[in-house]
Design a protein around this ligand. Structure first.
Ligand code: ATP
Length: 671
């Protein structure tokens, strides 16, 4: 346990007690964090700063935490800045009186809009001294930019950014060495990076969460007259905040509750509740039934059909009210995506029917399920492609052509109580009791509890016949079978029919660039450069070029969609090889995630995926690439930061290597 060693006082931000926290103080902390890659040191700076906020201006704790994690509000609030490079460049130009052409030129040379903003500012003579930015002020300003709508939104957003930028670095002496990416006054830099959605500090959200727990527990100890909290208390505080936040992922609720009741009393005050989506539990891929049997040796497990639709979390409180939740007595129905996006406008048909599927004694619940397209005439599920044809927004019930059936597989909350800690067997029994299935509308996921290889194989075949993707195999009894929000857990395994002899799973990759097509395809992009995500340093590492699996119509629509997000040069957080012949013709903002299937994985000097994961025995640090990658579909429900990680790619590669070792190394033969 590190006891917080105070850094030099002149380096560490301070302000008058009770005053709003200066934004500059946060940026100074960011600059310190930027100078290191060591997680423990990053955590220490982060937690020291949060302690300072707690000590001097506790009311600013919430916006401080939000600005640290590059968010304005919880995910389910759906508040996004949605600002591309061109708007930011316009704002920088207009703030500093430099032409757009000059800004663009700078961006071409420097490649980092944050630094372009700093450079632009430092050349600007200051006519009057604007009021320094505060954390509250920046949060409010960004929030108003994010929530603008209606006529002239673009220009008003630019004006909002200008207002913030012109006050940035008001406190600094103005001398900035822009040849140095790191250190120095930096409000403009971090403002711009916030707008771009990447602070590039290596400051993972989890790190902020742990730092917050440390800061609060040490602060509480100090208030109680001790110097710091004991290591045992720090550990308890971290575990407490992690658990509570995983069940109620909203700093807007958790931070004020922590200030009011103290961190050790969080659990009584912040509980999973209908209306606030939690991040779903996820599964690990497997390649063979025998792998499943090895994993669950001597433990009971259950197999369920893996339906091929869209993950949904349905929240409900009956109108008459739920004794345990008085505030919600007006009733509540909501449906959220895997990403905590509000899907109510996509599935009004589900929400309208919801109350007809529950038994009278069921007053509230949070349900984990899959929505699947349903063939009314044939009374069976339809492939995922049918579901994709549904509109995403403003669906009117009377216009719904693709009917959906909800397949329920887990229950997280029932009648005023969170039940995530109960065993799956218990949750499943409660689920069965709480609902009344209606054919074609609501059903329990089909399951089978046999533990023998033959039984599982037969069940897998049946699932495929029933148009499912394969099986989910889950731990059934004991503490390990509890629901683990936001975790990709080894207590849930997936077996997909297509991957039994392949690499085990498809990958979800970010589109970074494209190559113009040849022959018939010259007016569209014919191939694309894809990357996985490395959350350790928040970069996108290239993993393959892909030109297979696209119909002409798909290529056309992709061209239209991607043309809007072309940028002049790769973002500084794209890890790609720089050899001239490997450069794509155009680069994109990181926005779209595609699901891709691959024959296998191979080491390649041309790509950088997982090159820091120590997979290359030659020590050359080659990356991993996909062989014969094939496009499956766009993953609208995933953001780039949720793409397959470098570590997952490395895991897939290692697993495959241990199987194919005897066959000699694979060759890199992509086009
Ligand atoms: P995938 O591409 O396999 O959907 P993913 O990363 O979205 O991957 P995983 O946890 O890896 O999610 O796979 C589980 C997904 O399968 C869930 O997110 C859910 O949408 C779907 N699913 C279908 N049937 C079930 C089931 N019976 N239990 C759990 N998840 C199921």
């Amino acid at each position: 346990q590190t006891v917080l060693s105070a850094p030099k006082t002149d380096a560490f931000p301070d302000w008058k007690a009770g005053e709003p926290v200066p934004y500059e103080a946060l940026c100074r902390t960011f600059s310190l964090i930027e100078l290191t890659t060591k997680r423990l040191i990053i955590m220490e700076y982060c937690s020291l700063f949060l302690r300072q906020v707690l000590r001097l201006t506790p009311n600013d704790l919430l916006p401080t935490v939000l600005l640290m994690i590059n968010k304005l509000a919880p995910d389910y609030a759906g508040i996004e800045l949605g600002i591309g490079e061109s708007l930011i460049m316009k704002a920088i130009g207009e703030t500093t009186g430099r032409s757009l052409a000059v800004i663009k030129q700078d961006q071409k040379e420097i490649g980092d809009l944050g630094l372009v903003a700093v450079k632009s500012r430092s050349t600007q003579p200051t006519m009057f001294k604007p009021k320094p930015l505060t954390i509250q002020g920046v949060h409010k300003g960004l929030m108003s930019i994010a929530t603008m709508s209606g006529n002239g939104t673009q220009q008003r957003k630019v004006d909002g950014i200008k207002k913030l930028l012109s006050a940035a670095d008001a406190r600094s002496s103005g001398k900035v060495d822009i040849t140095k990416d790191k250190g120095g006054p930096s409000e403009a830099k971090f403002l711009v990076r916030f707008l771009e959605g990447k602070l590039r500090l290596g400051l993972a959200e989890k790190t902020v969460l742990v730092s917050l727990a440390q800061a609060v527990i040490h602060h509480e100890a100090q208030v109680a007259g001790k110097t710091v909290a004991s290591p045992a208390d720090v550990e308890k505080a971290e575990a407490m905040l992690k658990t509570v936040y995983s069940e109620l992922p909203s700093y807007d609720i958790v931070v004020p509750a922590m200030l009011e009741h103290g961190i050790m009393h969080l659990k009584e005050n912040c509980k999973l509740r209908p209306g606030i989506p939690l991040k779903p539990m996820l599964a690990k891929p497997t390649k063979a039934i025998t792998e499943v049997l090895d994993r669950f040796e001597n433990q009971t497990f259950t197999c369920e059909y893996k339906y091929d639709g869209e993950r949904a979390q349905i929240h409900y409180v009956a109108k008459s009210g739920d004794a345990g939740n008085k505030e919600s007595s007006n009733g509540l129905t909501a449906i959220f995506s895997r990403n905590s996006e509000d899907l109510s406008k996509k599935y009004p048909d589900i929400l309208a029917k919801l109350h007809t599927w529950v038994r009278p004694e069921t007053t509230s619940f949070v349900l984990d399920c899959e929505t699947v397209a349903w063939d009314v005439a044939e009374r069976k599920v339809l492939p995922f492609q049918q579901l994709m044809t549904r509109k995403r927004k403003d669906v009117k019930i009377e216009d719904v052509k693709v009917k959906v059936c909800v397949f329920a597989f887990d229950l997280l909350y029932l009648n005023g109580e969170a039940i995530v800690e109960q065993s799956l067997r218990e949750r499943r029994a409660l689920l069965a009791d709480a609902f009344a299935p209606v054919e074609g509308e609501f059903a329990m996921a089909v399951h089978m509890d046999g533990q023998e290889l033959d039984a599982i194989q037969t069940f897998l075949d049946e699932s495929v016949k029933a148009s499912c993707e394969g099986l989910m195999v889950k731990m059934l009894d004991g503490a390990e079978s509890g629901y683990e929000p936001s975790k990709r857990s080894r207590n849930w395994l997936k077996i997909k029919k297509d991957y039994l002899s392949g690499v085990g799973d498809s990958l979800d990759l970010v589109v970074l660039g494209a190559y113009y097509g040849k022959g018939k395809r010259t007016s569209v992009y014919g191939a694309f450069l894809l990357a996985c995500h490395n959350p350790n340093n928040d970069t996108y590492e290239t993993v393959c070029n892909i030109g297979t699996g696209f119909s002409e119509a798909v290529l056309e629509s992709l061209h239209e969609q991607l043309s809007e997000i072309v940028i002049d040069r790769p973002k500084p957080f794209y890890a790609h090889s720089t050899g001239g012949q490997h450069q794509p013709d155009v680069w994109f903002e990181p926005r779209y995630v595609w699901e891709v299937r691959t024959a296998d994985l191979t080491l390649s000097p041309r790509y950088l995926a997982g090159s820091r994961e120590g997979v290359d025995p030659s020590g050359e640090r080659r990356g991993i690439s996909l062989r014969f990658p094939r496009f499956i579909r766009i993953r609208d429900d995933k953001k780039p930061a949720e793409a397959t990680t470098s570590r997952q790619v490395a895991e897939m590669y290692r697993k495959q290597e241990s199987v194919t070792k005897s066959k000699g190394p694979a060759v890199d033969d992509d086009f």
